[in-house]
Design a protein around this ligand. Sequence first.
Ligand SMILES: NC(=O)c1ccc[n+]([C@@H]2O[C@H](COP(=O)([O-])OP(=O)(O)OC[C@H]3O[C@@H](n4cnc5c(N)ncnc54)[C@H](OP(=O)(O)O)[C@@H]3O)[C@@H](O)[C@H]2O)c1
Length: 341
Amino acid sequence: MGYKVAVIGATGNVGREMLNILAEREFPADEVFAIASRKSMGVEVSYGDERLKCRDLETFDFRGIDFALMSAGSAIAKLWAPKIGGEGCVVIDNSSCWRYDQDVPLIVPEVNADAVVGFTKKNIIANPNCSTAQLVVVLKPLHDLATIKRVVVATYQSVSGAGKEAMDELWDQTKGIFTTQPAEPKAFTKQIAFNVIPHIDVFLDDGSTKEEWKMTVETKKILDPKIKVTATCVRVPVFVGHSEAVNIEFEDPITAAQARKVLREAPGVLVVDKREPGGYVTPVECVGDYATFVSRIREDQTVDNGLSLWIVSDNLRKGAALNTVQIAETIINRNLLDRAA
Ligand SMILES: NC(=O)c1ccc[n+]([C@@H]2O[C@H](COP(=O)([O-])OP(=O)(O)OC[C@H]3O[C@@H](n4cnc5c(N)ncnc54)[C@H](OP(=O)(O)O)[C@@H]3O)[C@@H](O)[C@H]2O)c1
């Protein structure tokens, strides 16, 4: 018997991608329900060759649903995840609401799949921030090889990471600038078209932003609490695909050749690293792909045991929807679902 799956936030960037990925990967679903806010009731979204009519979260009955794949923001997750989990449905949430709760596993299957068993405490599992997900997939095999001490990362994050309105803003501003109409910032604090903005999420007391804090805290929870991470998160005028320039300091010696070899064998990672013009991956090339791409792998001579590299991935896929579906698949493959409940 297949599974019953509810996709919450089905009209959004991540929700639509979750429906695509469930269909693409032939997730063993008997029934898939598209759920959004009341204003989207009846709106149709694609699931493979089918069109699903959106239902209203407020009135949907979650009894008998196996998985709720949720991407409707933190406020909705805070209110609804415990209620839905209480009905015996496993909630996998994309917002930051539950990520730091010690009774909620924060999972990237290539990195810490074993931790998924902890979901039974609240019936909630958290999906990490998009920038963290692609980072830890690459750090994991390197950490296993030479033990990472410290990571310095600068992100180049696409506007789709801020939702569908943010994508419209980049589109409208870009067109507006060509037709000499003023570029009004709404979703962003400053003009995003032809610009970059070193500010994602709110500022914290120490001058960092919450997005930067998330990368530190989530890497520790998923990979190893001993790893130090400092991040600078920047929004760039790219529609889809987050990039990261990463510098890593290790306990043990490691060469670029050793890193390249271990990354070539790592799950979810694709190395594209030719030292010639175009021999690296840029965001436009990663769109629609499952892989996290690594390029520009080189030794950093300014520290002991240092490497620098470039990471690119589709933030709506590995950074959100793909990882969510992989978590559900992990639960199924490990027979962790209590379907009698
Ligand atoms: N985009 C990324 O790269 C990324 C990565 C990781 C995590 N996330 C997280 O995933 C979540 C969604 O992101 P997104 O980019 O998909 O946002 P989005 O494009 O703005 O979509 C938001 C979705 O939430 C639904 N929603 C809003 N209020 C609702 C309500 N009261 N009841 C039911 N549904 C409601 C919306 O439905 P309506 O259309 O009916 O309003 C829409 O389907 C956020 O928490 C975000 O932080 C995003």
